[in-house]
Design a protein around this ligand. Structure first.
Ligand code: F6R
Length: 362
């Protein structure tokens, strides 16, 4: 049942405030974060290896910033199909973490089995608690996204981020890098996130307008820095998979190392940049794009929009959130841009060509 929406994907994007609110309450009680027992002994973790495919891989890339910056744990992130054939050494003190919506992705499952006898602990973050990946883990953490029907993952991504952030916050606390009061402050905004999602979704018109223009392009670039780099990758993946527009994402700082050669007035550049600690650097990359006639679609907050100046082609303004929480919020415009571009092109949004919801063959 599409609940009055034109596509399951539209419904699944729109239900994220409610879904996130449920997912949050599954991991929060009045005292803060509550993880299933026996949980993880974060003090003893020397290295975290995270493995996944596609959108779940981008959730891992985002979490790398969290685990490293908040908790000081060295993190490696890899694509399952690369990891499993490389025979990577898994040393003592390593926790291996697998993220999968379906819990049945063949490469991710094979990577998990490779780690099974080697890692201190196998943890998974899954949407299907009865799945193979969940069953073969020492600790399986459900994301509580509910059934996801659209082939392009949307609410599962935000719910994966939610669980990964909870883990990073717990790790930061148990490793003495964050005290209870600091954690409580982040949790307070996290609890408010469903409401902030609603505000962002109400700004869908600006996103639809930008998406209609983007739908005309043959190629689109996505740029982001820090926590926004994985979001740029996710935005590009969503756009190509459902609208069939060629889209690539780069870390903003990589622009001048190659991709800037592509810039001209026919290639829209989507820049994901809240006014955070890295904003000024991203603005200078954006100016390099505009100086070459490139059309910038800036996804930012009110302060970012003010600072960016008048030459920006399209601006999508989101509510202000603390930097650490920005990936959750910026997932929404990334999804909506792709959705509206695909809808404008009339593609089969829920069943894009050549794609399957669950990739159980390698
Ligand atoms: C993209 C998408 C895919 C999946 C990937 C992993 O929108 O849905 O990239 O994220 O196939 O699937 P799971 O999470 O089931 O392992």
């Amino acid at each position: 049942d599409k609940g009055g929406f034109k596509h399951f994907m539209a419904k699944e994007i729109a239900e994220q405030p409610t879904v996130l609110s449920g997912a949050l309450s599954a991991y929060l009680d009045k005292d803060g974060i509550s993880l299933p027992d026996p949980g993880l002994d974060f003090d003893k973790v020397e290295r975290l290896v995270m493995v996944a495919c596609g959108t779940a891989f981008y959730a891992c890339l985002t979490a790398k910033y969290w685990f490293e910056q908040l908790a000081g744990i060295p993190v490696e992130v890899d694509i399952a199909s690369e990891f499993r054939y490389r025979e990577p050494p898994i040393t003592k003190g390593t926790v291996a973490l697998f993220v999968s919506q379906s819990g049945e992705t063949a490469d991710t499952l094979a990577a998990l089995r490779y780690c099974a006898e080697k890692a201190d602990k196998i943890v998974s973050v899954v949407n299907v608690p009865t799945s193979s990946i969940a069953r073969e883990s020492d600790l399986a953490l459900p994301i509580h996204a509910g059934v996801e029907i659209g082939v392009a993952s949307t609410k599962a991504f935000t719910c994966q981020l939610n669980v990964l952030l909870m883990l990073a916050l717990e790790a930061a606390k148990s490793r003495g890098r964050m005290d209870s009061a600091e954690q409580a402050e982040v949790l307070e905004t996290l609890r408010a996130m469903p409401g902030i999602f609603n505000v962002a979704l109400q700004r869908g018109d600006a996103i639809r307008k930008a998406a209609r223009q983007i739908a005309e392009a043959r190629d689109v670039l996505f740029l982001g820095r820090g926590l926004m780099y994985p979001l740029a990758l996710e935005g590009a993946l969503k756009l190509k998979e459902i609208s069939y527009i060629h889209a690539e994402a780069y870390a903003s700082g990589e622009l001048k190392h190659g991709p800037i050669a592509l810039i001209d007035k026919t290639v829209p550049v989507v820049v994901m940049a809240p006014r955070d600690s890295l904003f000024d650097k991203t603005v200078s990359n954006m100016q390099e794009v505009m100086a070459r006639g490139g059309k910038v679609c800036l996804i930012t907050d009110a302060a970012g929009a003010d600072a960016a100046g008048a030459d920006v082609w399209q601006t999508i303004i989101l509510p202000d959130v603390p930097e650490v929480l920005s990936p959750l919020l910026y997932a929404l415009p990334a999804q909506l841009l792709a959705y509206h571009a695909a809808d404008a092109k009339g593609t089969d949004v829920d069943q894009p060509r050549n794609l399957a919801k669950s990739v159980t063959v390698e």
